[in-house]
Design a protein around this ligand. Sequence first.
Ligand code: NDP
Length: 823
Amino acid sequence: MSVLELFESMEYGPAPEAAESALQWLAQRQPFDLFINNRRVKPASGQYLETINPATGKVLARVAAGNAADVDAAVAAARRAFPGWSKTPGHVRARYLYAIARHIQKHARLLAVLETLDNGKPIRETRDIDIPLVARHFYYHAGWAQLMESELAGYEPLGVVGQIIPWNFPLLMLAWKVAPALAMGNTVVLKPARYTPLTAMKFAEIVEEIGLPPGVVNIVTGEAGQVGEALVRHPDVNKIAFTGSTEVGRAIRQATAGSGKRLSLELGGKSPFVVFEDADLDSVVEGVVDAIWFNQGQVCCAGSRLLVQESIAERLVAKVRARMEKLRVGDPLDKAIDIGAIVSESQLREIRRLVERGVEEGAQLWQPSTACPREGYFFPPTLFTNVAPAMTIAQVEIFGPVLVTMTFRTPEEAVTLANNTRYGLAASVWSENINLALDVAARLQAGTVWINATNLFDASCGFGGYRESGFGREGGKEGLYEYIRPRWEGAGGRAGRRRGLAEASASGEHKAQSGNGHAEHGSNGLALAGSEVFADLAGRMPPIDRTPKLFIGGRQVRPDSGYSLPVRDPQGMVIGQVGAGNRKDIRNAVEAAHAARSWRGASPHQRAQVLFYIAENLAAREQEFALRLVQQTGRAYTDAAAEVQAAIARLFSYAAWCDKFEGSIHRPPLRGLVLAVREPVGVIGMACPDEFPLLGFLSLVAPALAMGNTLVVIPSPQAPLSATDCYQVFETSDVPAGAVNIVTGEREPLVQVLAEHEDVEAVWYFGSAEGSKRVELAAASNMKRTWVNYGHPRDWLDPVQGEGEEFLREATQVKNIWVPYGE
Ligand code: NDP
């Protein structure tokens, strides 16, 4: 062929990456055993599984089929290593993580080729994206290990962490999980995906090479039913970190409910790619390629729904088709290939099934004329037009190179269409109008929004979902909190605290903190016994009967049931009645909370004003609230007054935090910025603790309100009157109608309705261990966030336990908005 002819066709010649070294490496080491305590351990079953090269369908290697006995051994090794590793100084841990990063770079080529062989993704991607990001993740977290002691003082690691990763980014997902866990002093048992265990085997070698202490990282390969489930259910695992399908995520939520295991879930998506008519269409086309044909579309945040403004739809679709004609599908080891192989035969079947479904449902299928290899598991890039929002292909995660397009007319319609999914992982917005792009980004329900860009990742920028895309973040400072807990919550602290609280309540004493410093209050000579004070101050006139109703939508309303419940003092005397709320009242309250969503748009300054105002009005009635506490709890007046003062101080704290817990700006290695914005979670249902009826109530309400959430609150059933007395305080403090709704009644049935409610985004529960479990189980239905106490009380007077960033973090979720700049 002459140069001239070549110039005409611009045909690529083959540019294969050599696989010999990687194949030799495999041949020398396989079959691969388990990696426990830095040793190769034969699986208890004696069985091995084959791993396949999806580009050829041929066997690559045999890998141990672990089972529950192996998981036991790995967890035991991790448990033994934990005390030593968690006490290893941050600087030393930083050196290990740094060494891992260096070794990843030293073995970069082998890792890239192995990943491509095992997964089928193009070498260009493993070489230029996966592996560099893996190294970056370890470097970044080496930094956090170094800084932990100063920047995260007061926190400690969780213990043994079970990590379950998928096949789409095998080594990158390992890095996302292992790096923060180790940086924060945890030890790890990792389960790689069945289809793609090989780079984890090379990682085990790196762990040995750098001399990481035995037991800090353990790797158990095998099948989900054997290894994954055993890890999830293991009683000595303190946390599960999972990335994979929403269905399995839901099963894990259910399996861990009530166990006290921490959980982070990074699940599926159906991410919108929104294009406005003023966008630079040529950039958009390249963006589409990156959004849906990167890694064959097997990306949780793939931009799989192309939403285009009607005026440019035809033009854009024509351009996308022209570009698709140029995409090259083939040998993933070829450096000039755009689309490699699908990970497995079953995944390929699933893609085909969904594509056929799209055609059956009436969507228009288009595929380029270029051929796919016959051998191996390949699927051509695919475009669907004439798609209706309710079609299966518009709703279900296909996890393949399949793009569906829909059109919109106005920005309003674009937002509605984009949010019309149960997922909320990522989105991208394309427009040359920065005002429009940022406005739309703020209204999209997604954990990451890219502006005029897509599929950008960096260790410094947290990643994770809204809604059924899961909860928790990976990367960024926010990701660290998934692997640590406040020190006081640790086993010793908790038991001690429980003892302390029990002793204090038995002796009628309580350590209290007033608004302006620490002070000890008890039943001393100055304090009168509760009932005496009450009788004294109430005078001889019978009080005007005040029966609190429910507080819904800013109004005091009668409970649907028409029934009331008695409230008793510690001696059993009836001191009042409250409405017996039911399922219908909760539903009404949720509706009111949704209707009050404008609260989330209120500026932090406005929210702070409202919280200060609540504090001011509470202070004006300090004595009355203290007496109410005396009446309900029988505690000394000084104790009760201290609780009211602490509540006022707490409101001040959160008023202060309103405009200070704001998020941050990241500078990943790109020309641009990433705005990490803290957004409210949405509608939060909360069941308040029995201890500290006023302070416990306001300690939950204030941070959630401060961050822009709207609430449905179930006060302590034992002592609800402190909360119902707040109705008037809220009414006179400019709290918008519906921002706080209060339903009194029996805690457990009411919170169950909240936990099952599809329109509630989070549930906070402070009650019993069994109740905590029920909430976690029920919340799995729509993957709502839960924050429960597993029956452990807190000392609400202690600012370390009763207020601060932990509350603010629970009240927010981080959205990362990527804003590249330059022409
Ligand atoms: P899964 O969710 O089944 O697998 C992810 C990981 O979880 C694997 O390590 C798997 O093990 C393990 N696992 C599976 N079931 C359990 C269980 N009951 N308990 C504990 N661990 C378990 O994803 P699939 O590989 O089956 O893919 C199915 C679909 O999931 C895809 O089509 C895609 O839609 C979605 N998906 C989403 C991902 C994401 O990044 N969000 C990643 C992968 C898939 P094993 O490999 O042994 O089965």
